[in-house]
Design a protein around this ligand. Sequence first.
Ligand code: B12
Ligand code: SF4
Length: 517
Amino acid sequence: MKILFIHPGPLLYTNVFLRLEPLGLELVAEAARRAKHSVRLLDLQVESYADYHRMIAEWQPDFIAFSCNYLANVPEIVDLAKAAKRRLPRSFICVGGHSASFTAQAIVEHGEGAIDCVLKGEGEASIVKLLEAVAGDRGAIAKVPGAVTSDGEGPRPAFVEHLDDIRPARDLVRKRHKYFIGVLDPCASIEFSRGCPWDCSFCSAWTFYGRSYRLLSPERVIEDLASFRERGAFIVDDVAFIQQRHGFAIGEAIARKGIRKEFYLETRGDVLLRNKEVFQFWKKIGLTYMFLGIEALDEDGLRKFRKRIPLGRNFEALEFARSLGIGVAINIIADPDWDEDRFRVVREWCMNVPEVVNISINTPYPGTETWLTEQRRLQTRDYRLFDIQHAVLPTKLPLAAFYRELLRTQRVLYRKHMAWWTAPLVAGVLARNLIRGRTNFIRSIMNYSKVYNVEKMLADHAQPVHYELPLPPRSATDGRDAKSSQLYIHAPRGRAGRSIDDSTERFVEATRMGAST
Ligand code: B12
Ligand code: SF4
């Protein structure tokens, strides 16, 4: 069959700070290609709707598969699916990815017949079975693990058996030079591990993977690193180097092979402090930027977000990260109940630390525990506003005043980012990039004021809403048992599903707060 894989367009965020390769979709596309299908991939972050419509009209794919990791992309995907179905009524249209897995039934319904199936969970594991059913016995679609259609739902999605067996179809993206993060321009993405053993209440990374954690072998990582030319490498792992031994094994293999890249990773403060040596070693082999999820500036806030790291440890982690001499960025979650005073305190704190600070807004997402506890308080169920840059819960300040304070804070931080990016060291890199024609980052920072302004944010809230996130019936969200059974996409396998040694398991246990397996 002819299969077209689509990644939707950019969100607010992507327009300013970064734009990354659609690694998950490339992995699913490669699984289909290995099964001898003819595959193409369009990434609408870097290609236009005109490219999409042209591809549909000229190539006439038999099967169109959208990647929906972000909730905010749901309306766009539904509209693109409807347009394709009008043009090619016999084509089969499927949606997969992180957010689609948590909202599968609703997406099928929004499609009004245009979306034949949502395939939940890891796509590599089930896409081939779905393709076989579509090409042969359509009655078997309902039995494909993870498949959700208007007729009902198949068995729970299956895990990829060995992560070392899968490959991303990196050659399918047509504009690789467009992917970047800050001065890592161009930048490819790579996976060292999958899943997360913690269980933070505002996050769905753990519920998607059944609180499992799996590793790729150092040999496989080296092979992948050697397969792309970009100097920048964005490590997509939720928490990098949870297991010190794994981090060292990959790092040593990189050093032995003489691979020279600049790496970006994200980790937790307590992991950083527990595994200091591995991060120090990685600094030597190219670790350039790190993102630390601090989330809150006080103990109460951290408790709320279920990050059981005492605040002192978080600040100690920041000190250590600074000592590495790399670029450090941190995230603070703004609560909708923040008032002017709270914003001012945060602004002052942010200006007093050398790190780049990012502020996002506390947003309950389907698949998270906060979704279960907060969904009845939502002020809007417009998917497009669920991008952690808009307030979807009631704000204590009037909405316009909340955005004014938030954007004031963002602007202060933006000026600080600019000072950071234009510091002599970074400015040298920017200038070199410019000479080599790498203008992604420079172009993107020019977009800042176009993207972030109060009027635009308020206008986003006033748009007509065609598709709304449904709420489950009240009874379905009552009680602890109802909660855990509802949240997981992949079935939890308990301790056996986590490739960490016993001492790391104990460390995770001591730093998490949930009661799930
Ligand atoms: C790396 C990452 C990013 C990167 C790049 C993402 C990209 N280019 O796709 C960057 C930094 C850009 C990013 C940004 C944001 N992210 Co992000 N991100 C992640 C992260 C950590 C890993 C994603 C990843 O690459 N995984 C590895 C690949 C292999 O897996 P995958 O993409 O999920 O694909 C698999 C399945 O989803 C599925 N699949 C995917 N597509 C398809 C398609 C089909 C047809 C099928 C069948 C299956 C399928 O199969 C794939 C292979 O197994 C996830 C957390 C997580 N663990 O999922 C958060 C996550 C997806 N991000 C999240 C958020 C909130 C954001 C931001 C809004 C804010 C932020 N700061 O985090 C921005 C906005 C992004 C934007 N588009 O503008 C949330 C999503 C919330 C939601 N429900 O919408 C997540 C779940 C994190 C969380 N803590 O909750 N993100
Ligand atoms: S540590 Fe918490 S926030 Fe980070 S990925 Fe794991 S569960 Fe999500």
